[in-house]
Design a binder for this molecule. Sequence first.
Ligand code: NAP
Length: 248
Amino acid sequence: MQDLKQRSALVTGASAGIGRAIATRLSQAGAHVVLAARRKERLEALQAELPGSEVMQLDVRDRKGVEAALSGRKFDIAVLNAGMARGVAAIQDGKLEDWDEMLDTNVRGLLAVLRTVLPGMLERESGDLLLLGSVAGRQVYPGGNIYCATKHAVRAIYEALRLDAGGKGVRFTTIDPGIVETEFSEVRFSGDREAAAAVYSDLRSLQPGDVADAALFALTRPAHVNIGEIVLWPTDQGSTRDVHRGRA
Ligand SMILES: NC(=O)c1ccc[n+]([C@@H]2O[C@H](COP(=O)([O-])OP(=O)(O)OC[C@H]3O[C@@H](n4cnc5c(N)ncnc54)[C@H](OP(=O)(O)O)[C@@H]3O)[C@@H](O)[C@H]2O)c1
């Protein structure tokens, strides 16, 4: 098993949900964690709970800001988790600004961070790049259209990393969860709490800690073992379209 003590870890989207849970586990395992997201006050509250962690206010869509904040920094672990969905409109009714927001965050934003941190890992011939994909990167569902397209892109990026940057000591992992109970749906429904709550209602959803467990498992394997793809479903979710409620 690899020891995470003293390892430096960047977690994007650390202010909520899955990123917050992964950052917490990494810190508890002894890593020096850089907590990155836009909402500084949330990050500062988390930092107070995680000794040795650092706050980095960052909008992954701001390419220059990403370069300024990250270039020259050394990370042993980078968790590219910041992401979001906006709306569930059918593709013929979708709003271009919603599509831009998802593409800019989930694809361009992820790439901006990746492009900044990967060269250093390759030079040092060690590091872990962990991407937050989704089962939406494997199956499209009605109303998921462009969000699913962004997560299919993340999956393609993961495969490209293995081909282009493989064999140089750096490990690449994508974690693709089904429904996880976070603020994700509140963001997707633009603050409509009732619509968001309905997604998780009467369902034994995954919790952010379940995804963090999977991340920690991958990150603590011996250096010659690369856990590549982790698909994590709630037991009561059969596919992106088949959700079995009533067992909660
Ligand atoms: N929840 C699910 O069911 C589910 C399932 C599969 C995959 N995922 C993926 O898991 C990842 C985390 O989602 P979550 O469920 O934890 O959602 P969440 O609770 O809404 O958290 C999203 C995180 O991303 C950050 N973020 C969003 N836009 C950002 C930007 N432009 N720059 C920097 N940070 C940004 C948010 O921080 P700020 O708002 O403070 O910037 C927040 O910390 C996403 O990539 C999502 O697609 C979620």
